[in-house]
Structure formats: structure tokens, C-alpha cells
Design a protein. Structure first.
Length: 295
């Protein structure tokens, strides 16, 4: 059961994220010093109560709880609890239409021919929308969500180019009317429902798709490692190849590559920046609620 959280529009959440992003940067650079709320607020020119209110509204937890949530000790605790997370997900029947927290995701792979042709024949609609983690680039085909990326202010063009380079021969069209409902659905926990599954289209090599499908089996509030994924795929020596495939995941957040950690619990290797990876994990920690209490 998810912990209750205040309903915020994606635009309101994006506004709060700038304050949160700067707080996260301070925490990321100085978490070993366990900075106080007063120190964090002072760096932003805010009163402690102001920062507490904005941060709690955004994340569902306080800055102190978030600080605890992203420390190395917490990451290691996630791994201790998640040593067999992939095995457990199979045991409870999540190997069919994959379950991503309380959002049910159905997925299919684009035909290998489309991938080999670098997207030729595919029509991809795209649009930028505010999200709890900065501007989100949402991309969709007629079959469903095909891409999700993030950009800080001024980096939108670079994010779009990065995604387009994956399928350079596809036809692209900006279509906010088509992508806005997807953005609203993805970032609004109240809209996560089993009876209206989100359809995701995976466009990659056979190996990449197998890795991405495995990512969909990592539950909210849990984590796994590149090595564990390699072993699950029957390729125990392929941890590096798994890492490359995780880094190539075109559907960030929904296909939760942010839940993959280094074998020592280090929060490493996120295409859209480690600050954003910490932000997503902390946001999910607020949703998970009781998960934090058990760490």
C-alpha cells in the first residue's frame, strides 16, 4: 500500500524540483557530514520550515529521511533485502505483464527489423512536459510509450537529439496533445491502476530487451545489481554488457534502470545524472512508506 501524498500537478512538482534539485546537490556532495535542515535551507536562502514544506510536499518524506534514504548504508540495506528480488518476482507471478509498483505495465518489442533499420518505418511522436524530476521528454508510437528522457533547463535540445540518435531513420513529429496524457499518467501515482495498463514499446537488440524486461521486475523500494541481472539471464560473465544495456534503456523511470546499483551498493551509472537517480529513488521511498521503516 502506498503512503498518502499530496496531489500535485506535474507543473507544480517541476517547480518544486528546482529547490529539491539544489538540495539534492548539497546532500550528494556532503552526505557524509549529514547536513542539518538549517544548513540545507541556509544554502538556498530559505527558512528551514520553507524547505521542509517544499521538500516534504515533493518527496513525501523530509530532507532528513531523504538523506538517510540515499546514503551508502541505505543502498547496502536495499541490496541485503533484495538479494533474491528477481527470483521473488518470478515466484509471485510477475513474469507476464510486468508490474511496476502499483502501475501495471504491458510491453512488447518492436520487430527486430525496425531496430536493425534504425527505426525506419516507425513514426514517433514527442513532447516535453514538466515532471517531478525536471522536464521530461515523452516519445510514443502508435503501439505505446517508446521513450522517456529527462532534461535540465536549457538541455532540452540535447536530450531530444540523444533520443533521436537511437533511431535515426524514424519519422519524428512534435505532438503535445498525444504525449501529454502519457506524461500525466506516468508521474501521477493516483493514475497507476491495473485496469488501465500502460503500454510500453521496447526498441533495441534482443539482449537489451531481455535486460529491460528484467528491470520491470524490480519492485518499488527495492534494488538489484548488474551482476544479479546477468545471472538471471543465464550469462553470469556478462555484467558489463548488462551495464551497457541498462545505460541504453530508452524508457527511463517506467523501466526502472535507476533501481540497479553497483555490487557495493554504489549509486552509479545513470544516463540522466546521479542527482536525478537519487531524486527518483528518494521520491519512490516516499511512496513506499513502510519500506523505509524496515531498513
Amino acid at each position: 500500500m502506498m503512503a498518502p501524498r499530496a496531489a500535485l500537478s506535474p507543473r507544480e512538482a517541476a517547480r518544486d524540483y528546482e529547490t529539491v534539485r539544489r538540495t539534492l546537490q548539497t546532500i550528494t556532495e556532503g552526505w557524509r557530514d549529514q547536513p542539518s535542515l538549517e544548513a540545507l535551507a541556509g544554502d538556498l536562502g530559505l527558512e528551514p520550515i520553507q524547505l521542509q514544506r517544499v521538500f516534504s510536499r515533493w518527496a513525501g518524506i523530509t530532507p532528513k529521511q531523504f538523506l538517510q534514504a540515499i546514503t551508502l548504508d541505505h543502498a547496502r540495506a536495499l541490496l541485503r533485502q533484495s538479494a533474491t528480488v528477481l527470483d521473488a518476482s518470478y515466484e509471485v507471478g510477475l513474469s507476464g505483464p510486468a508490474r511496476l509498483h502499483d502501475l501495471f505495465v504491458t510491453h512488447e518489442a518492436m520487430t527486430p527489423g525496425i531496430y536493425r533499420a534504425k527505426g525506419e518505418g516507425a513514426v514517433i511522436s514527442w513532447g516535453f512536459h514538466p515532471s517531478p524530476f525536471g522536464m521530461a521528454l515523452v516519445m510514443a508510437t502508435e503501439h505505446g510509450l517508446a521513450g522517456l528522457a529527462f532534461a535540465d533547463p536549457g538541455e532540452e535540445r540535447a536530450a531530444l537529439d540523444d533520443m533521436m540518435e537511437r533511431w535515426p531513420r524514424a519519422t519524428y513529429a512534435e505532438d503535445l496533445a498525444r504525449t501529454a496524457p502519457l506524461a500525466e499518467r506516468i508521474f501521477s501515482p493516483d493514475a497507476w491502476a491495473a485496469d488501465t495498463p500502460l503500454r510500453v514499446v521496447l526498441i533495441g537488440t534482443d539482449f537489451e530487451i531481455r535486460v529491460w524486461e528484467t528491470l520491470l521486475r524490480i519492485p518499488l523500494g527495492r534494488a538489484t545489481t548488474y551482476q544479479a541481472i546477468a545471472e538471471r539471464l543465464g550469462k553470469p560473465r556478462a555484467a558489463r554488457a548488462v551495464g551497457r544495456a541498462v545505460g541504453r534503456n530508452p524508457v527511463s523511470f517506467v523501466v526502472p534502470c535507476h533501481r540497479v546499483l553497483g555490487s557495493n551498493g554504489k549509486l552509479c551509472g545513470y544516463h540522466w545524472g546521479l542527482t536525478r537517480k537519487r531524486a527518483i529513488l528518494g521520491w519512490e521511498a516516499g511512496l513506499a512508506g513502510p519500506v523505509l521503516e524496515n531498513l
